[in-house]
Structure formats: C-alpha cells, structure tokens
Design a protein around this ligand. Structure first.
Ligand SMILES: [Cu+2]
Length: 119
C-alpha cells in the first residue's frame, strides 16, 4: 500500500474509535426498550457507556400527548454512568415513550428515545 493510503486509513480508524468511546451511549435500560412489563416500575433506570453529569441529564416520559409526572432524576451513588428516574405515581397500562438527554463527563451531549409498555 502507498504511504498516503495507510495514513488515511489510520486517521479514519482513529476518528472512528474516538467517536465510539467518547460519548455516553445508552447501553441498557429498565424497563427495556420495546418491553412489555406486567406492572408499573417504581423507577426507570438508564445505564450509559460513560459517566454522566446528573445536573445536565434528564428524561421525559410521555404517553401519547400526556407528560408523565416524574421525580427528580438522580445519578446512582456508586455507578456514575447510571441515571435513576423515580416515577411520581405508578403508571397505568399503556405505551410510554422515553426521551433522554445526557451530558457525559467528557462534555459531550447525546440524546435518544425508546418506548416500553405496561400491560
Ligand atoms: Cu464524548
């Protein structure tokens, strides 16, 4: 291979690995995305690939056009990549959309959404 081509490949590999490791991506969540749970959870738990800043991270839960009341989202005391969002009151049966946004400790913002339902 020509040197310039090797250099270009190395550069794109570095850029790619930085993008993958640097941001807080949602790794898993409870209730799980697309899950149908038997009863209302007491809290939503979102676990990210990186530690997060709780002051600049949050979740909104909606059921159709209704906004679900939540208690203040908090970072798990011993797991700084986990956001715990207590529900102000139990969820009735139906489908819920969760929209999350977090600021990771490296200063990057990410957001996303998923749905789950309560039977
Ligand atoms: Cu980042």
């Amino acid at each position: 291979m020509r040197r310039s081509m090797i250099f270009a490949l190395a550069l794109s590999a570095a850029a790619f690995s930085q993008q993958v490791s640097a941001h807080a991506h949602l790794k898993n969540q409870y209730p799980a995305a697309n899950a149908s749970v038997e009863a209302s959870p007491q809290a939503l738990t979102l676990t990210f690939s990186e530690d997060i800043e709780p002051a600049f991270s949050g979740v909104e839960v909606t059921a159709g056009s209704q906004v679900v009341p939540l208690a203040k989202a908090e970072r798990a005391p011993k797991q700084h990549n986990q956001l715990i969002v207590p529900l102000a009151k139990p969820l009735t049966s139906g489908q819920y959309q969760v929209s999350w946004h977090v600021l990771s400790v490296d200063g990057h913002k990410t957001k996303g959404n998923y749905t789950f339902s309560v039977k």
